[in-house]
Design a protein around this ligand. Structure first.
Ligand code: NAD
Ligand code: UDX
Length: 471
C-alpha cells in the first residue's frame, strides 16, 4: 500500500467532514483535500463567496476556509473524480438512528456508509486507504471490506477506523489541539503501513504521544463508549438536580463539590434542561441495540437509562413551566432564548428546545424564539417533524406550528411575554438589560433558566420569579 499521501478526499461535507478537512488542509499544505457531497446546495454553500453563508457555523472556521479554499481545499459534488485522484478516502457521512425496519429507533442506519463503500469499490482506479470517520457500530469495517471486495476490483483496500471526537461550537479548537487522535487498523504489514500513513498526517501538528493506535474494533467501540460516558455524566448530574429541587440543595454547588475530586473531575457536570445534539442519543441507542443483539440485556438496560433520564429532564422542564404559569399556558406568550442544542453552533439536531416547544405548543402556548444563529425555516422544520413524530396530523401540525414566531432581535421576542425560557447557553443572554426586559413583560414575570447561566439573585431583585434547573 502506497504510503505517500498527496491527495485525500472526504465523502460527506457536514459538521464533521467540513471542519475536519479544513483543518487538515490548513495544517498540511502539501496535501490536496477535496470534500465531496451528494447535497448540491451544501457544496454550493461551502463554495459561497460570502463566508457567512457556509453551511456550518463554528468559531474560527470561516478564516481557515478563506485561507485554504481554492488552494489545497476544494468542495465538489464530483465524487467519482475525487475518488480517482485520492490515495486516502475518508467516509464522514451521517449515521442516524434507523427510522424503519429491524432496529427501528435504535440501530444506526448504515445505508449512507454502505453506498459510499459501493461507490469507492466501483470507482477505485488504484489501491486506496478507506478511513471510517463516521461513528459506526463495532465491526462495521468488516462489512465495508466485504462490499469493497465484492465490487470485483483488482485493487487493494485497507480500512482504518479514525473516529472524530470534536464537539460542535469548539470544533476548530478541538481539531487543532485534540486530547487524542484514535486510529484503528489491521495488524498486517499493509494494515500497519496504512495506519502509519494516517499517523503521519496528524503528526504534522498533533504530538505523537496523543496519537493512539489500536485494532479496528477497539477504535470503533471507543467512540460509542466515549459518548456514552460523557452523556452518562450529564444524566447523572441531571438526576441529582431533581433531588436538589426536592431538598433545597443547589445542584451547581453539588457539582462543584464533587468535581473538585480529581477522580471525578469538573467537566460535563453542568446540569441542564437535557443534552441534545446529533451524537449522544443516537450513539447510546446504537450501543443499547448492539448489547441486545449480542444477548446482554442487563448491559443494554444500564446504558438505556441515560436516555430515559434525559427524556425525563426535558419533559420535567416543560411541566415546570406549565405548573408555574398557573397550570395553563394557552394563549400565553413564552419567549425562548436559544434554539441550537448548545452555544456557538447553528446545529439544532435533537435540541432540547424542540421538545420543550412541542410540549408547550400542545398546550396551545405561543412561542416566540430568538437564537443568534438558527434560521426561522429550520425552527419550523424541527417543530413540524417532532409534532408529526408524536402523531399529529398535517392540519393540526400546521396549526400548532403557526403559534411559533421567530425573531432576529432578542428584545422584541420578549416584549409583553409571560415568561422567558433559556434553552441554549449563548453568552450574549447574560449581557442583556434584564431590568428593561422585566419592565416590558406581563406580571408576574417568570424566567426559566434551563442552562443555569443567568444571575439568579439579580433577576430576583429585579422582580422576576426565577426557576433554575435543580431548584
Ligand atoms: P451531517 O449530516 O452534518 O453530514 C453528513 C453529510 O454526508 C451530509 O451533507 C450528506 O449529504 C452527506 N452524505 C450522505 N450520504 C452521502 C453519500 N453517499 N455520498 C456523499 N455524501 C453523502 O453529519 P455530521 O454531523 O458531519 O456527522 C457525520 C458522522 O460523524 C456521523 O457518523 C456522526 O455520528 C459522526 N460525528 C459527528 C460529530 C458532530 O459533532 N456532529 C462528532 C463526531 C462524530
Ligand atoms: C459530543 C461529544 O462531546 C464529542 O466528543 C463527540 O465527538 C460528539 O458528541 P457535541 O454533541 O457536539 O459533542 O457537544 P457537547 O459539548 O458534548 O454537548 C452535548 C450536549 O450536552 C449539549 O446539548 C450540551 O448543552 C449538553 N451538556 C454538555 C450539558 O447539558 N451539560 C454539560 O455539562 C455538558
Amino acid at each position: 500500500m502506497n504510503k505517500k499521501i498527496s491527495n485525500i478526499c472526504c465523502i460527506g461535507a457536514g459538521y464533521v467532514g467540513g471542519p475536519t478537512m479544513a483543518v487538515i488542509a490548513h495544517k498540511c499544505r502539501n496535501i490536496n483535500v477535496t470534500v465531496v457531497d451528494i447535497n448540491e446546495q451544501r457544496i454550493r454553500e461551502w463554495n459561497s463567496e460570502n463566508l457567512e453563508n457556509l453551511p456550518v457555523y463554528e468559531p474560527g472556521l470561516n478564516e481557515i476556509v478563506q485561507d485554504r479554499r481554492g488552494k489545497n481545499l476544494f468542495f465538489s459534488t464530483d465524487i467519482a473524480e475525487a475518488i480517482h485522484k485520492s490515495e486516502m478516502i475518508f467516509i464522514s457521512v451521517n449515521t442516524p438512528t434507523k427510522t424503519y425496519g429491524i432496529g427501528k429507533g435504535m440501530a444506526a442506519d448504515l445505508k449512507f456508509v454502505e453506498l459510499c463503500a459501493r461507490t469507492i469499490g466501483d470507482e477505485a482506479n488504484g489501491d486506496k486507504i478507506v478511513v471510517e470517520k463516521s461513528t459506526l457500530p463495532v465491526r462495521t469495517a468488516e462489512s465495508i471490506r466485504t462490499i469493497l471486495k465484492s465490487a470485483g476490483s483488482k485493487y487493494e483496500f485497507e480500512i482504518l477506523s479514525n473516529p472524530e471526537f470534536l464537539a460542535e461550537g469548539t470544533a476548530v479548537a478541538d481539531l487543532y489541539n485534540p486530547d487524542r487522535v484514535l486510529i484503528g487498523g489491521d495488524n498486517t504489514d499493509a494494515g500497519k503501513q496504512a495506519v502509519d500513513s494516517l499517523v503521519n498526517i496528524y503528526a504534522t501538528w498533533v504530538p505523537r504521544e496523543r496519537i493512539i493506535t489500536t485494532n479496528v474494533w477497539s477504535s470503533e467501540l471507543s467512540k460509542l463508549t466515549a459518548n456514552a460516558f460523557l452523556a452518562q455524566r450529564i444524566s447523572s448530574i441531571n438526576a441529582v438536580s431533581a433531588l436538589c429541587e426536592k431538598t433545597g440543595a443547589n445542584v451547581d454547588e453539588v457539582a462543584s463539590a464533587i468535581g473538585a475530586d480529581s477522580r471525578i473531575g469538573k467537566k460535563f457536570l453542568k446540569s441542564s434542561v437535557g443534552f441534545g445534539g446529533s451524537c449522544f442519543q443516537k450513539d447510546i441507542l446504537n450501543m443499547v441495540y448492539l448489547c441486545r443483539y449480542f444477548g446482554i440485556p442487563e448491559v443494554a438496560d444500564y446504558w438505556e437509562q441515560i436516555i430515559k433520564l434525559n427524556d425525563y429532564q426535558k419533559s420535567r422542564f416543560s411541566r415546570q413551566i406549565i405548573n408555574s404559569l398557573f397550570n395553563t399556558v394557552s394563549g400565553k406568550k413564552i419567549s425562548f432564548l436559544g434554539w441550537a442544542f448548545k452555544k456557538d453552533t447553528n446545529d439544532t439536531r435533537e435540541s432540547p428546545a424542540i421538545y420543550v416547544a412541542c410540549d408547550l405548543l400542545t398546550d396551545r402556548a405561543e412561542i416566540h424564539i430568538y437564537d443568534p444563529k438558527v434560521r426561522a425555516e429550520q425552527i419550523s422544520k424541527d417543530v413540524k417533524y417532532l409534532l408529526e413524530q408524536r402523531g399529529f396530523g398535517k392540519t393540526e401540525t400546521d396549526e400548532l406550528a403557526a403559534l411559533l414566531h421567530v425573531y432576529t432581535e432578542p428584545y422584541p421576542a420578549m416584549d409583553k411575554a409571560h415568561a422567558v425560557a433559556v434553552l441554549t447557553e449563548w453568552d450574549e443572554f447574560c449581557t442583556y438589560d434584564w431590568k428593561k426586559i422585566y419592565e416590558n413583560m406581563k406580571k408576574p414575570a417568570f424566567v426559566f433558566d434551563g442552562r443555569n447561566i443567568l444571575d439568579r439573585d439579580y433577576l430576583e431583585k429585579t422582580g422576576f420569579n426565577v426557576k433554575c434547573v435543580g431548584g
